[in-house]
Ligand binder design. Structure first.
Ligand code: FAD
Length: 398
């Protein structure tokens, strides 16, 4: 097989990139190791920055998002049994975010790709990227044989460029020699126990709660489905928590002095997400480019992961179009540096939000007071609040 851009991974990064390239008349092939149902059901992100919303619309993938997504003009910070609303449009000159689940973004992009885009191969697992420094990099992959007997075959995809959109556990990053790479990493001694519940959200905007027992987040997937998270110790098994315990703990952490009530409902899904900050530099090696979680991970507190992935693939698609139109590789050469500027701002914001709201094991009373002082500062200073609103609604694309 031969193509201009070989894309590894059909998460939001790979799928959107395929769409952007298709719209620009550049052919691509997407290899995805899992099956379609798995990709469409994997529960993850839910908050789209203004810039991501604009990109999806411009790519022709925003129709259902505009119909079913929920525009949010603010979030609530909750601490010391008090509530403080951050008003995004008022602080950022009109910007907002959209609540529209990553599963739905992927479903929309998959449907478009299968209808009018290039090949999107499910159950096709990339094994290695070869000759990334050459003019003709290749992706070796394994796929299901046509005879349906479960046998696997190997194929080779020859490309002009390879984009590794295969997430943190993928293979693309491994093709960058260790001697030319640098990884920056931080793990956290806690994770998030996330639930989906068939109950209308108890509040019409997201609620970020700091509590002496730990962080809690109230979010939503639709007007009838709530998504809620609890900070839990690292290594927690979701099965250790029964439904009654989860609701009781959420009620404690969201409690306010004004008698706000949490709505309970049947829990349909439970899982634990570890927290990590990670950046791989550089994001390019020869004709191999890394995008999204393959190159960087942020803790979910800032809702930045999917949005960063979008920023990367927009940067790559623009650079490739520029190359085709002008013959200049200037933007492709600047890819890693351009993306990393945005990535590090998102890392900073996600780290700040995480340390602002979570209670580290063994935190001292002094540290507790500092956290409250930081929250108090946001609630009482327009400039501190604007800093949060600007970063939350999104950093500009290059
Ligand atoms: C609980 C949770 C909540 C989150 N909330 C938010 C949020 O609100 N906002 C936000 O912006 N982000 C959020 N994120 C982060 C966001 O989900 C990720 O940053 C995003 O999925 C990154 O997209 P991606 O396409 O780079 O990678 P992925 O979504 O990980 O996709 C990678 C794809 O590559 C495939 N793949 C892997 N290896 C191979 C291989 N060898 N060959 C072929 N295919 C392969 C995988 O199967 C997968 O489909 C959250 C994450 C979690 C876990």
């Amino acid at each position: 097989m031969r193509t201009t851009v070989g894309i590894i991974g059909a998460g939001p990064a790979g799928l959107l990139l395929a769409r952007l390239l298709h719209n620009a008349g550049i052919d691509s092939v997407v290899l995805e190791s899992r099956d379609r149902a798995y990709v469409e059901r994997r529960q993850r992100a839910g908050i789209l920055e203004q810039g991501t919303v604009d990109v999806l619309r411009a790519a022709g993938a925003g129709e259902r998002m505009d119909r079913e997504g929920l525009r949010h003009d603010g979030v609530e910070l909750r601490f010391d049994r008090r509530r403080h609303r951050v008003d995004f449009p008022a602080l950022t000159g009109g910007r907002s975010v959209m609540v529209y689940a990553q599963t739905e973004v992927c479903k929309d992009l998959i449907a478009l790709q299968l209808k009018e885009g290039g090949p999107l191969l499910f159950e096709a697992e990339a094994l290695a990227v070869e000759d990334a420094e050459s003019e003709r990099p290749r992706v070796r992959f394994r796929y299901a044989g046509a005879d349906g007997d479960g046998s696997r075959r190997e194929g080779v995809l020859e490309c002009d460029y390879v984009v590794g959109c295969d997430g943190y556990w993928g293979v693309a990053r491994k093709a960058v020699p260790a001697s030319l790479s640098r990884a920056f990493e931080r793990t956290y001694p806690f994770g998030w126990l996330g639930i989906l519940a068939d109950v209308p959200p108890s509040h019409d905007e997201l609620v970020y709660a700091r509590h002496d027992r730990g962080f809690a987040l109230l979010s939503m997937r639709s007007p009838s489905v709530s998504r809620l998270y609890l900070q839990v110790p690292d290594g927690t098994d979701a099965g250790e928590w029964d439904d009654e315990e989860i609701w009781a703990e959420l009620e404690r952490r969201f409690e306010t002095a004004d008698g706000w009530r949490l709505r309970r409902g049947p829990i349909t899904q439970k899982s634990v997400t570890p927290m990590r900050s990670f950046v791989h530099e550089p994001m390019r090696h020869g004709r191999l480019f890394l995008a999204g979680d393959a190159a960087h991970i942020v803790p979910p507190t800032g809702a930045k992961g999917l949005n960063l992935a979008v920023g990367d693939v927009v940067t790559f698609a623009r650079a490739l179009v520029h190359r085709r139109e002008t013959g200049s590789a200037r933007l492709l050469d600047a890819y890693s540096e351009s993306c990393l500027r945005r990535v590090w701002q998102a890392e900073r914001f996600s780290y700040d939000m995480t340390t602002l709201l979570h209670r580290a094991p063994g935190a001292t009373p002094f540290e507790d007071r500092l956290q409250l002082a930081r929250l108090e500062r946001i609630a009482s200073s327009r400039s501190a609040e604007t800093d949060l609103a600007e970063a939350y609604t999104g950093l500009p694309f290059q």
